[in-house]
Design a protein around this ligand. Sequence first.
Ligand SMILES: Nc1ncnc2c1ncn2[C@@H]1O[C@H](COP(=O)(O)OP(=O)(O)O)[C@@H](O)[C@H]1O
Ligand SMILES: [Mg+2]
Length: 135
Amino acid sequence: MSEILRIENLKKSFGENVVLKDISMSVNEREVVVIMGPSGTGKSTLLRSINFLERYDSGKIFFKGQLLTPDPFTVRSARMKMAFVSQSYNLFPHMNALKNVMYPLVKIKKIEKERSKEIATLWLKPHISHIFDQK
Ligand SMILES: Nc1ncnc2c1ncn2[C@@H]1O[C@H](COP(=O)(O)OP(=O)(O)O)[C@@H](O)[C@H]1O
Ligand SMILES: [Mg+2]
């Protein structure tokens, strides 16, 4: 099975608070990995580090064999292949659900607007068909 993600010796502190203490792990293709632990133990910090929403202090992260570095090109290209679902509803409040789904398709994946709308509609329709059915 091919390796999708490999984390080596990741360390991250917020001031005196050492949150990630030498974390190493890997995730293979088709594998589902659950990270469990009490609140405040660093689960979100670990996930945020993977796509550089947080800057870690030391260690290495490889995505599909490529070492992730904090330069904008690498970060952007890695983010195009990863998905991150926030714990809280981090939606754009000035956009409706359809536009929230369309936005990253247009902005990050550079998919044409009409096509993005088709894709977003396909994904959302089973969940909120009552909205689409309204005339
Ligand atoms: N931006 C930040 N600045 C300072 N401390 C932070 C920040 N983000 C998280 N922390 C601290 O890091 C620790 C781990 O937080 P977090 O990764 O959110 O834990 P979890 O997701 O497991 O609940 C907590 O002590 C939290 O207060
Ligand atoms: Mg969390």
